[in-house]
Design a protein around this ligand. Structure first.
Ligand code: NDP
Length: 385
């Protein structure tokens, strides 16, 4: 029996995690579930799983949560600090599935507490890679990837032979606009951008997939998770999303992990590790898939890839600035305040104007994040005006 805390339990990854946990009540006991403000979903999940605690980050939603849980014996809490506290309750596995840098503090709290952090929240590792890895080293926590690409690499990478890896190949679906010209991209609406051809995901990551910033963030995430240099990580567009990523060894052998595009597989891999657990869902039918296609990504139509690689190579505060500016720009796009092509432009502009020193602590990372957000927000306002 493992104890589990799910940060971001009401989101896409959180809901898939709950599905697995609820199918195996003999294997998992829920400690805490958190959300931002979706009280209906959070309270229902807490009641179903008989969680010890349910937490909303937005404190104004706490009265509704208290009401929904009245008489159940489940503790209700609210506020950012309460989410971080829930992350540090000492569950065997803490699933980090909050979207954005808002998940960084809770993820770090779980890491400092030891145990296993199953990380979906890539923005946290992108912003604070060095700081988070140092905390992992210090506490002895185990950091397991949930992102499907990184789970694939994790499964193909023999830890004893990591010095014999020559390349990591991250596959990318290319998103819904992979065949559009730059001109056709100009008028893309939020509704079009969140409709991913292969995966069903939250709004922010869906837009990131459309701009391919998601693959840029994953490049930085892979750098922090695996013992390779930036130039050993390549990105290949693979439309079918059947191969989730690959590892090549010095002898020329390339290992790949394949599966249907269902997040429950990589989540299960992290939840059950080092064991395996059964998942529901469709199995891969290779005959029906028929063929696997690969192509190089187009840097002209997807400038986010270059911005992310440059940020990774420059290091220091650059990845945190890239991430913060992207969060602001995507948020503005989803609200209809800026156009689709302006997302990468706002990120590039913020990277040009923001130059703080390399952060070496959690507080310093959060300071870089705040500074970059303020600059990106200024640029959003300029563009709206
Ligand atoms: P969703 O938008 O579906 O869910 C986000 C979750 O975070 C919700 O529970 C939401 O609560 C909570 N949340 C939002 N803002 C805050 C905040 N300020 N403080 C605390 N909690 C907050 O996102 P996804 O599940 O799609 O993605 C989650 C993370 O996993 C992202 O980092 C994403 O990149 C990564 N990921 C997602 C994949 C997917 O298939 N969806 C695949 C691989 C990685 P509420 O519901 O109350 O708003």
């Amino acid at each position: 029996m493992k104890t589990v805390t799910i940060l971001g339990a009401t989101g896409s990854v959180g809901t898939s995690t709950l599905d697995l946990v609820e199918r195996s009540p003999e294997a998992f006991r829920v400690v805490a579930l958190t959300a931002n403000c979706d009280v209906t979903r959070l309270a229902a999940a807490a009641l179903r799983t008989r969680a010890q605690r349910a937490v909303v980050a937005d404190e104004s939603c706490l009265p509704a949560l208290r009401e929904a849980l009245a008489g159940s014996g489940i503790e209700a809490a609210g506020g950012e600090a309460a989410v971080t506290e829930a992350a540090a309750l000492g569950a065997d596995v803490t699933v980090a599935a909050i979207v954005g840098c808002a998940g960084l503090k809770p993820a770090m709290a779980a890491v400092k507490n030891g145990g296993t952090l199953a990380l979906a929240n890539k923005e946290a590792l992108v912003s604070a890679g060095e700081v988070m890895n140092a905390a992992v080293q210090q506490s002895g926590a185990i950091l397991l990837p949930v992102d499907s690409e990184h789970s694939a690499i994790f499964q193909c990478l023999d830890a004893q032979l990591s010095h014999r890896v020559s390349r990591i190949i991250l596959t990318a679906s290319g998103g819904p606009f992979r065949d559009r010209t730059l001109d056709e991209m100009r008028g893309i609406t939020p509704a079009q951008a969140v409709a991913h051809p292969n995966w069903s995901m939250g709004a922010k990551i869906s837009v990131d997939s459309a701009t391919m910033m998601n693959k840029g963030l994953e490049l930085i995430e892979a750098f922090h998770l695996f013992p390779v240099s930036a130039d050993q990580i390549e990105i290949v567009v693979h439309r079918q999303s059947v191969i989730h990523s690959m590892v090549e060894y010095v002898d020329g052998s390339m290992l790949a992990q394949l599966g249907t595009p269902d997040m429950r597989t990589p989540i299960a891999c992290a939840l059950a590790w080092p064991d395996r657990m059964a998942t529901p869902g469709e199995r891969l039918d290779l005959v029906r898939v028929g063929r696997l296609d690969f192509e190089a990504p187009d840097p002209a139509r997807f400038p986010a890839l270059r911005l992310a690689r440059e940020a990774l190579e420059a290091g220091g505060a650059r990845p945190a600035i890239l991430n913060a500016a992207n969060e602001v720009a995507v948020g503005a796009f989803l609200k209809g305040r800026v156009g689709y092509l302006e997302i990468a432009a706002i990120v590039a502009d913020t990277l040009d104007r923001c130059n703080p020193p390399a952060p070496s602590s959690l507080d310093e990372v959060l300071e870089v994040d705040r500074e970059a957000r303020a600059l990106a927000e200024e640029r959003v306002k300029d563009r709206v005006a």
